[in-house]
Every structure is written in C-alpha cells, then in structure tokens.
Ligand binder design. Sequence first.
Ligand code: HEM
Length: 213
Amino acid sequence: MNWLTNTLWSSVGKKLMMAVTGIGFSVFLVAHLAGNLTLYAGKDAFNAYAEHVHSLGPFLTIAELGLLFFAVVHIATGATLFYQNFKARPVRYSVNSRAGGRTIGSATMPYTGLVLLLFVIFHLANFHFADKTNTTIFQIVASAFLKPEYVFIYVVAMIIAAIHVSHGFWSAFQTIGANHPKYMPYIKGASILLSLVVGIGFGCLPIYVALMT
Ligand code: HEM
C-alpha cells in the first residue's frame, strides 16, 4: 500500500492521475453535452431526458460519486503540481518569455482550471441542488438563462473550458505514453475538435434558451 501511495504521489504518478481523471472528465463532458442537446428539441424532450437520467437511481449515484472522486484527485494533484513548479522556479521572470511550444492553453492551465472549479460550484448550485418541487428541470434552466448575467457567465465559462480542454486533452494522451510522432498530429487535431465542440456546443445553449423562452 505504501508502495502504491509513493508511486501515485511521485511526479510521474501525479501527472498520470491528472491525465486519467482529465480523460474521464472529457468523456463526461461529451456525454453531458449530448444530453443537453435535447434542449434544442424543446422542453418535453429535455425533461424526458432528465427523467431518464434520474431513473437510473443507484447507478446515477455511483457515477456522481465517481465524478466527485475524480474531481478531488484532479484538483488535489493539479494544485500540488502547480505549487511544486512554482517553488522550483529559480527566479521570477521579469518579462513574460514564452518558451518554445507554449500555447495560451498550456500557459494558463492552473488559472483556467481554477475558474472552471468556481464555475462548476456555481453551476451545481443553479441546477443540481435547485429545489425541484413543483417545477421541471427545463423550467429551472430556462429561468436561469432569462437573466443576461447568467448567460454571460456561462458563455465566458464555456470559452475558458474550451481553452482548458484544448491543451489538457492532448497533454493527457502524451502523459499516458501516446506521444508517437505518427499519432500526435491526430491527437492534437482531436484536442482542437473537442475544444470547439465544448466551446460552441455548450456556449450556444444558454443563448438559444434565452432567445427561445
Ligand atoms: C450550457 C451549458 C450547460 C447546461 C445547460 C447544463 C445543464 C445541467 C443540468 C440541467 C444539470 C442538472 C441535472 C439534474 O440534476 O437533473 C447539470 C448537472 C451537472 N453539470 Fe451541467 N450543464 C452545462 C455545462 C456544464 C459544464 C461545462 C460542466 C463541466 C465543466 C458541467 C458539469 C455538470 C456536473 C458535474 C453536473 C452534476 C451531474 C450529476 O450530479 O448528475 N455542466 N448540468
């Protein structure tokens, strides 16, 4: 057991945990977006989808607990890696020298990650923990997006999610060893595609709901 904790808490182990949990989140995001796309089909389709998800009962609880566990691991390892990198930096840069290969996504990972954490807390309070007596999930979502400030927060958060995913997805595959020169261009392409799907797919939803209700 000690061996396992030492391995997981080594530098490579932490990066591996970030990668595995990050890929898990990507799968969740695609599934969550697929479900939310029923909003385009109207309130009955969206409510029926939500009812179907809730009818999964204990399976849903297990999936939610798994997601929470992944979030705790991802945030704890991410924060530790950020702190260790920060401490190991010998001198603070006086100019922002962008080292070769750095992108907006890679340079901002801890900050976009922190914003996403705050967004998810806000989002769960809006929808997941909302009082669902005498109302429907569509009604809850529609009332939220009637407020322009909510639409603004969601759209900005989705752009930030897209930036986070644009680096996180390919970086996770690189960490797990899929960094063969032959496959990397495809993985980077998939990363850009996923970030566009997340940014545009989720980002258009609040605007559509606001305009249609
Ligand atoms: C416009 C975009 C989005 C909409 C309309 C939306 C809608 C919803 C709704 C209605 C629920 C509550 C389901 C229920 O309790 O019946 C929910 C749950 C959730 N959402 Fe979103 N969501 C969006 C974007 C996101 C994003 C970008 C993330 C992650 C970064 C996210 C993460 C979650 C999580 C973790 C839950 C809780 C899942 C569960 O416990 O079952 N959502 N979302």
